[in-house]
Design a protein around this ligand. Structure first.
Ligand SMILES: [Zn+2]
Length: 395
């Protein structure tokens, strides 16, 4: 059990974090008009570039597709992010807007914080770094240095905070225990991967408060958790839309859709950038923390990994979960077709050498989790094939 109560978070910018719905709309409308010269009403008609679109635009008009508001010399840094897209860091101190997220999780001035996202070429390390420094934290730029060196540095430099993936925090804690080195972490900001509740509970058992945030390389932070640990409040200084995967129209609260973000940075505004991540807005309800921004449910998957079949959302991750319990399965692909206006789902399954499979039992196990009936057929599946192949043609 923790020897001390877990750290409390706080509001960093109550003026923005406590805005009512009308105030939020007026604020975002004004920001949008200042950077894009359109209002919120018109935003819905703008095209929605995806990462590959942006990548192509950058290739045709290097380096940043003409989207920079000023000369390159105004920037602080430039990065290459996986994708591939090139990402600028403009002149703002906390360019990617992480301050409120870190304050909510309990980081404060004077904390010595191990930052374990990479500083090399990709923006992750500097994203967290600039946000932490904006709060007055002292950053250890650990990046992806080897584990033992990180444990020693955290121990000797008495790091009180951690920023990075939750799984690597766990690695550091376990390794420190093996090495008999004391660690002093009290607060951790988890990002860049899923945070299962079981892992959070384990980390909290070390006396560390762990909250998470959602960010992308192109847009910075879009949402962050509060003490309720029940969804992530939208960051108030950007627009986040959740768009239905089929119609592209705003999804109802509770319904999954693609996360599309708009940022207002004076150097590099991005309008309706499609992240490829799938999330859902939680139904609006007052949050005990006082923050008024709507909440994201968390990241549910990637676009292309979740599709509607027979009116139900099915996800590759759910299928994978079931397939893993059938060791005979080497690879699989769900194939969705449509005939006579009916969706048809079939799982193509490749078995390991010499393995055999009860296809009925697998089909039944899949139906339990995926909720849509589909047959199982044994055959060859290409390595690296997407988990869902949607072959439906809509006319
Ligand atoms: Zn809250």
């Amino acid at each position: 059990m923790a020897a001390h109560p877990l750290r409390e978070g706080r509001l960093l910018n109550p003026e923005l974090e406590l805005l009512d719905a009308a105030g939020r709309r007026a604020y975002l409308d004004a920001r949008l008009r200042a950077t894009a010269r359109i209002g919120l009403e018109e935003l819905g008609q703008k095209p929605i570039p995806r990462k590959d679109t942006l990548s192509k635009m950058q290739a045709e008009d290097p380096p940043l597709a003409g989207l920079l508001a000023g000369p390159v010399s105004r920037l602080r840094r430039m990065f290459a992010s996986p994708g591939p897209t090139y990402v600028p860091q403009g002149s703002a101190i906390d360019y990617w807007r992480f301050g409120m997220a870190f304050a909510a999780c309990g980081m404060r001035a004077g904390d010595v914080v191990m930052n374990t996202l990479s500083y090399h070429l990709t923006p992750g390390g500097f994203m967290l770094d600039s946000g932490l420094r904006s709060l007055g934290c002292v950053v250890i730029p650990a990046g992806t240095a080897e584990t033992i060196a990180q444990v020693k540095a955290a121990s000797v430099l008495k790091a009180t905070g951690y920023a990075g993936t939750p799984s690597f925090l766990r690695t550091l804690l376990l390794r420190a225990r093996e090495l008999n080195l004391p660690l002093h972490f009290e607060v951790a900001f988890a990002t860049a991967e899923m945070l299962p509740e079981s892992l959070r509970v384990e980390l909290e058992g070390f006396g560390i408060r762990v909250l998470q945030g959602y960010a992308t390389a192109d847009l910075g932070v879009l949402a962050y958790e509060c003490s309720e640990k029940n969804g992530m409040h939208l960051q108030p200084e950007c627009i986040v839309e959740i768009l239905d995967l089929e119609s592209g129209k705003p999804a109802e609260p509770g319904q999954p859709g693609q996360v599309v973000g708009t940022t207002f940075d004076a150097d590099y505004p991005l309008l309706r950038f499609a992240t490829g991540d799938v999330s859902a807005l939680l139904p609006e309800a007052p949050c005990p923390c006082g923050r008024t921004a709507p909440k994201l449910k968390g990241i549910l998957g990637r676009v292309g990994d979740a599709i509607k079949v027979k009116g139900m959302f099915v996800r590759g991750s759910q299928m994978e979960e079931v397939m893993r319990t059938f060791p005979a399965v080497l690879r699989f692909q769900a194939v969705v077709t449509r005939a006579e206006h009916q969706d048809h789902l079939e799982y193509l399954v490749e078995l390991g050498p010499g393995a055999s499979l009860d296809t009925e039992a697998l089909a039944e196990a899949l139906r339990e989790v995926v909720k849509v009936r589909g047959g199982v057929r044994i055959g060859a599946v290409a390595a690296g094939a997407p988990r869902i192949d949607d072959r439906r043609v809509w006319k």
